[in-house]
Design a protein around this ligand. Structure first.
Ligand code: ADP
Ligand code: NI
Length: 217
């Protein structure tokens, strides 16, 4: 099996599928997840080919880009059976893509090391400076405000246990999801990468509140 050729074909397929997306699932998100997944895979001794393929395909089945989750998964399965011959590889990649599309940012456990690697890479792309950028892009695309001091958590809540805030500002998304991701990382190396990005987001929020409150007593 010519792995570089199959990977190149997968890249083309994904670019075609995700090219127009403006909600955080564009080609460059996939590209970063793939690079990070490969880096984690080397360190964690996971199968780099499976991680590459699953990372490339992980968002193609996303419900937001398809009539339904099932339709999205069928699209990925059809592509895999047309391009791969080994049943076991197809089954493994499908398992990862399926778990990723059904779990979202939640807690659905990944059953294989390769799945854990790709999930970590996807979560890492929601953190740090890139994570901040994607959150504001997503909120803008949905018509949501950056921040509302009347509904957003106050600065002091950073010191407390992270709570769920259901209100839909970009800043709230840090509390409802992003600041929890560091604790959900599957691999030791993924966790290590998450630390720096997590701290960056805390610093970003500190600075954000500081500027917001500039001049107030
Ligand atoms: P992925 O499937 O790649 O993990 P998601 O579909 O969960 O990504 O989200 C895409 C991007 O938009 C991520 O960076 C995520 O943090 C951000 N995002 C998701 N939901 C919200 C929200 N309610 N408010 C702001 N940003 C969001
Ligand atoms: Ni993703």
């Amino acid at each position: 099996m010519n792995q570089p050729l199959i990977i190149a074909r997968a890249e083309e397929f994904v670019k075609e599928q995700l090219g127009q997306d403006t909600t955080g699932h564009d080609w460059w998100h996939t590209h970063r997840v793939r690079s990070t997944a490969c880096e984690i895979a080397e360190i964690e001794r996971a199968d780099v080919f499976i991680c590459t393929m699953a990372a490339l395909l992980h968002d193609v089945a996303d419900e937001k880009l398809n009539p339904s989750k099932e339709a999205g998964l069928l699209k990925v399965h059809t592509w895999l059976t047309a391009n791969l011959t080994e049943e076991e590889q197809i089954r493994h990649i499908m398992l990862i893509v399926e778990t990723m599309s059904f779990s979202g940012g939640g807690g659905e456990p990944m059953q294989t090391l390769e799945g854990q690697v790709v999930q970590d890479a996807d979560r890492l792309d929601a953190l740090g400076a890139i994570g901040v950028a994607r959150t504001f892009i997503f909120s803008g695309a949905k018509g949501r405000p950056a921040y509302d001091p009347e509904v957003s958590p106050r600065e002091e809540s950073l010191q407390k246990e992270y709570r769920d805030y259901s209100k839909g500002t970009a800043v709230n998304h840090f509390y409802e999801k992003l600041l929890k991701l560091k604790f959900l990382m599957n691999t030791a190396y993924g966790r290590k990468l998450a630390e720096e990005r997590h701290d960056f987001m805390l610093n970003f929020l500190d600075q954000f509140y500081k500027e917001w409150n500039q001049g107030r007593q």
